[in-house]
Design a protein around this ligand. Structure first.
Ligand code: HAM
Length: 423
């Protein structure tokens, strides 16, 4: 019996992986421009990090974590997201004491959630995310949002919708919480058991319930935005002013609450509104999480960030019909005719590669015609043909596959010739 890939995971094969690499490269380059530095944290953490960080009453912690005991009896969890780990490292490595504040970090890596797999929803997926720790300037909220938007736009996406909301500061959230409890309490019996539990623990989570989404009380629930105090409102106004200044269009959505507990003030999501995009349209989510650093044992430090998955990024590119030129082809294919020539190309191939060129030769004893076919498949810019006679005369014939021009070149100067032609 053959063994299949686990549900909700993917193999990314050659031919597909180039697009992943391009997105990852573009993200890294953008982070360099915005001055975010990479952080790599472990794939698993102590379970408590997520139950405390992401929040005990969230779907992620209650239903979606891959949690296991190690041989020492410790409870570990495969990371469902990157913010908690980043903040843990920030606290543990005392990055709050670094001279360069705010600390601006990014990560690219696998995350794990035990969700019901469907288009755009996987159990293992790759998130690119950024976190800016140590600034409560609304300008950095706008910077973080603009980084995400510019990444999408730089890959050609245009059918994007940015929605933002403010979850306010602690005082605003307490006022809103009371209003939510009074709103739902009289009829909480009509809601699912999760929501009933959430009523006292964390009524905001009720608004995020997938099961009771259509209940009439959901539509009339008090919106946080009406409960913002003066300071929170001023902060949110300033974020909007900066977004406008950056030419980023947005919509304020008072119902946006996000699925993780650590948020306050700015919350945002970027959706694809391309026709034919699946049911799950959120490409990217993020927000401010002042208070999380303290929750994880560090000093009072504000923070904001976002994460997006490469899987949904690619789905959005496909929905917009964007074809990126990811497979640009190799520089040179070395075709050989005759045993001596074949032997000689072993060394010549290495010379080309050490000179900075991408090059390939035949390894399965193809006839010359089939070698040309192989060169075509690799989209070779040049095909160099070496026969035994040419080898004796210190010559090699080089064909430019774009122009069709062919030239005989001295074998000794071939590598230099090709370098000049290609680089
Ligand atoms: P999140 O909204 O849970 O936020 O996830 C962010 C993004 O990860 C989603 O918008 C989506 O692109 C992707 N994603 C989530 N689950 C899946 C899945 N099952 N399959 C494919 N893609 C998925 C967070 O994770 C926060 N840590 C974001 C953040 C960073 N907030 C502040 N800093």
């Amino acid at each position: 019996m053959s063994i299949n890939i686990p549900r909700g995971t993917q193999d990314i094969l050659p031919g597909e992986v180039e697009l992943w690499q391009l997105i990852e490269k573009t993200a890294r380059e953008l982070c360099e421009k915005y001055q975010y530095q990479e952080i790599r944290t472990p794939i698993f953490e102590y379970t408590e990090l997520f139950s405390r960080g992401v929040g005990d009453t969230t779907d992620i912690v209650q239903k979606e974590m891959y949690t296991f005991e190690d041989r020492g009896g410790r409870s570990l969890t495969l990371r469902p997201e990157g913010t908690a780990s980043t903040v843990r490292a920030f606290v543990e490595k005392k990055m709050f004491g670094l001279p360069g504040q705010p600390v601006k970090l990014y990560y690219l890596g696998q995350m794990f959630r035990y969700e019901r797999p469907q288009a755009g929803r996987f159990r293992q997926f790759v998130q690119f995310g950024v976190e800016a720790l140590g600034s409560s300037d609304p300008a950095i909220d706008a910077e973080v949002i603009s980084l995400a938007m510019n990444l999408y736009k730089s890959m050609g996406l245009s059918k994007l919708k940015l929605i933002i909301n403010s979850l306010g500061d602690k005082e605003s959230r307490i006022a809103h919480r009371e209003a939510l409890v009074s709103h739902f309490k009289p009829r909480i019996g009509e809601f699912c058991s999760d929501c009933q539990n959430r009523l006292e623990k964390n009524p905001l989570r009720i608004l995020d319930c997938k099961q009771d989404r259509e209940h009439e009380l959901m539509k009339t629930a008090p919106a946080i935005i009406e409960y913002l105090n003066g300071e929170s409102k001023a902060y949110f106004d300033k974020v909007q002013t900066y977004l406008t200044q950056l030419g980023i269009e947005f919509e304020v959505d008072p119902n946006l609450v996000r699925g993780l507990d650590y948020y306050n003030h700015t919350a945002f999501e970027i959706m694809s509104n391309a026709e034919g995009f699946g049911a799950i349209t959120t490409l990217c989510g993020g927000g401010r999480y002042n208070g999380l650093v303290e929750e994880i044992g560090g000093p009072e430090t504000p923070g904001i960030g976002f994460a997006l998955s490469i899987e949904r990024f690619i789905a959005a590119l496909q929905a917009e019909g964007i074809q990126l030129d990811v497979n640009t082809g190799i520089d040179c294919y070395l075709a050989a005719l005759g045993d001596n020539a074949k032997d000689y190309t072993v060394g010549l191939l290495q010379e080309l590669r050490l000179a900075g060129l991408s090059a390939e030769r035949d390894y399965i004893n193809r006839k010359i015609k089939a070698q040309f076919k192989a060169a075509d498949r690799l989209k070779a810019k040049f095909v160099a043909v070496l026969g035994d006679d040419e080898l004796k005369n210190n010559k090699i014939s080089v064909k430019n596959m774009q122009t069709g021009e062919q030239e005989e070149v001295e074998l000794d100067s071939f590598v230099q010739y090709l370098r000049e032609a290609v680089l």
